[in-house]
Design a binder for this molecule. Sequence first.
Ligand code: PEP
Ligand code: MN
Length: 346
Amino acid sequence: MIIMSITATKEQVENVVREINKCGLEAVTTTSTHRVVIMPVGDEPHTDLSHLLSFPGVKEVAVVEAPYRLINRELNERLGEHLDYVVEVDGLKFGDKEPIYIAGPCAVESKFQILRTAEAVKSAGADVLRGGIFKPRTSVHSFQGLGSKGEAEEALYWLQEAGNKVGMPVVSEARGESQVDLLAKYVDIIQIGSRNMYNQDLLTRVAKTGKPILLKRHFGAGLEEFLSLAEYVAAQGNMNIILCERGVVPIGRGKSFTRYLLDVSAVPVLQRETFLPVIVDPSHAAGRWDLVKSLSCAAIAAGASGLIIEAHHNPPEALVDGQQQVTPGELKSIITVCNQISRSIQ
Ligand code: PEP
Ligand code: MN
């Protein structure tokens, strides 16, 4: 990490970046309120950059051990910043005081379904509309989303139109690199699903769109791994990252009562480790609608900056994840109690 002096000029910063590139590394430049900091990205441990100390405008060349540096809270505070990074989407602020509620169906199924659900979740108090078009499914025989039926653009258009109609930004998942440009045309936030958390190429690709990225934790990933992979997005200069805890593999050998095991402690731990906003998906963690409220309350009580909840205007009709999607009425009751909890802990 190269810390520039407060008086460093633009030319001096560019000069240091050029030298880092000459050493075979990329450089991410961040301008804090006090000074410019340049983070080399690449095989840094094997590259000696100590000579940069003699470059004009350089105050300090620090070796940083943490595998995630660009999004590291402690490092940031060492630079004199006390930042809770706010990811702004259409005037909504992830990471600010008020929790943000993302809701909508697991998958976009039809124009009628997404519009009906959009209207219903909006009146239940949701802020952002979700809807999967490229569904990651374990079985090739299950419904893969309209994207896999050659109807991706039409479905994206319905999602965007539904969002516009009720005044909500929209989020949808990129399952593969080839889908990224199309998604970026229609959605406000690109989601990277749990199964793709380790997909470095996809993370780099979506980061380059400059869109906010909702990154879900893999169900077998430790928190350090989760943050290290989030760093791939930051390394492209895209800090608009919303981290999402969505449950880890449940323990025990028997049939589990929940689909995954919600790691509530991930919320305060991640908030201590990084300045990025952290939200929770209670729906995929529970795998059943009747537990979604309890897990939502727990997440907000733990300090989560928001929730992403699967909701359908008529869950028994859903083509996928019907058992865990809540009705608009249930969503309204969840949002109401979560807002009360949030106010009481502020
Ligand atoms: C989803 O949110 O639609 C989803 C598939 O979740 P996850 O990647 O967490 O399983
Ligand atoms: Mn789902």
